[in-house]
Write a protein that binds this ligand. Sequence first.
Ligand SMILES: [Zn+2]
Length: 682
Amino acid sequence: MIVADTIARAKRQRGIETYFLTGTDEHGINIERSAQKEGRTPQEQADFVVSYFKKMTSKFGLDTEHGGYDIFMRTTEPFHYEGVSELWRRVAKAKTPKGNDAIYKGHYEGWFCAACAAYKTEDEYEKAKVEGEPPTCRVHETALDRVSEESYFFRLSDYDEALLSVFESRSEFVRPESRRNEVISFVRSGLQDLSVSRLKKSVSWGIPVPDDPAHTMYVWFDALTNYITAIGFGNKKRQQEVGFEKFWPALHLVGKDILRFHAVYWPAFLIAAGIELPRAIVAHGMWLDANGRKMSKTLRNAIELDVLHKHFSVDAVRYFCLREMVFGQDGRFSYEALIDRANSDLASGWGNLSSRTLTMIARYCDSRIPSGLIPEDKLLLAKRTGVDTDETTVAGFIEHARDQFLLHFENLAFSRSLEIVWSVIARVDKMITDAKPWDLAKDENQKQTLGVVLYRAAESLRWLSVLLHPVMPDASRAMWNQLGLGGSPAQINPADLKWGDLKEGAAIGEVQPVFPRVDKAKAMAEINAGEQPSGVHSTEAEAVAAVAANVPTTQPTPPMKQATEADTVGVARLIEIDDFAKVDLRVGQVLSAERVPKADKLLLLKIDLAEEQPRQVLAGIAQYYEPEKLVGRKVVVVANLKPRKLRGFESQGMVVAASYGEEGRPVIATFTEDVPNGARLK
Ligand SMILES: [Zn+2]
């Protein structure tokens, strides 16, 4: 779903009208049985499962509200019934390429796996060890059902040549290549006619066969059709709302385990009905665990979405999925690998490049984008520093990288695309390190040279935000805002990016870390223990909105999370009393409080700790506390925190606060009894 979402966002960014469909198929004996077991009706059971899926899609930002799918398609939608019935009627009227009726009534005798919703031939099931017992499904290891009843058949055996000619003339129809070969050899080995109905008395939870209500349709006939009913096939209202012709033929992304249904049965149904085939069917691999084992409930190595969501930002998960797995092949998952990627590629990579660049622009250029050009009379001077005075070098490099990125992206080679972007990040990072802006800043004559280095870095960041928008929409928007740019990277076609469009003199936004560092030991301890992180933490002055500390790793919304000192305090891991003694907590009283210009989250506080001078402390609480109301208030201050400079002000400590809720609302710690300033907390 993440891959489909990424593709949809990329298409929209390029101005292509897109319809992104995902959802659930909800009919069949398997759902009927689970419903019975749970004491629900099949519809209630389907609703129950769907509500969980929908909740998760929302948490991971994949729903309509977050710019994700256009429809969460459910095959229990009435318009779907109508469309499927229309498809059945068309197929029932059709002749096969060999001149026979495409659908005929016969008698089915064989084994059926309810969980697979598939009939099993002798080489697809495990024979029972005990005589008289039913065989078991190789996938599910559950007993198969003996079916012996009247059934409608789809004459699949007449479609082998038609299908093979599609596979041969359209080499990209089934992807990747290895899967295509599998499908071709399956078809070549000879196709059997497919039972496409069950008697209503044995499977009632399904769509009735038109004009023969004693039969319900085979669940796959109904489920596959969702791709066209969702966009208006067989239903006038849907057709007006979406438009079948506008979005069909579509691209299908499917798990490799259901490729046969999509690449053989579905095209055959469509050929019979005279409907154009999909654009392509791409099979993706599966996530295996770190040891390369299949994930399963019994091995207890499956990924729990709740855990994933609790400990990682949505963007980090998206990035990992696309970067770690070569799309089409199996990939390996471990939380450790995810943390490593989040820390090295995101926090230390893209995130660090952004914050160091913008911090220097704030410090050396008064928070305004410097000029990207070196005046003639300063060229020689600039050359002496080793800075490349020819800006087409970096422009050429990034343009080439962009073209390569788009090419691989178009071919669904996401991992390769992202590698290319990270080569840009490495290059720009090196440019900064080589140029040493902090040294250039000491020399007034090198002001323009310094500006050029920072301009190139900032302009590169603008490009990165656009390129990475489909992969990490939240982070790219955050970076974009910090660059002080208007609009959204979602609206910029990466093919239209031009080097130098970043405007000189424009004010940058507030600089904040976009990717928090994940404390690996702590996060792993929590994941392994399955513990809820504690809600108590201290707020570093810089920790704008104090969002991070009650979720020591990351959370999805808002995307701007930041690692604070609280992370290292370690609320879940046990510490020695000596560790705690390192933190000098003192009682203080707020003498004055005022807002910090151009930083709408920061308050500048003067706090009396009974020292010679009051402390100046910046606190990220401006959105929740009126400055006037803080004056006179007793607070707790971390007194031995290394001073830091923020927005041009030195912060000499931090104010302790609790943090709660999605937005990490801060609540300042205080005392209900009288206590002198400077008293130590132990
Ligand atoms: Zn099965």
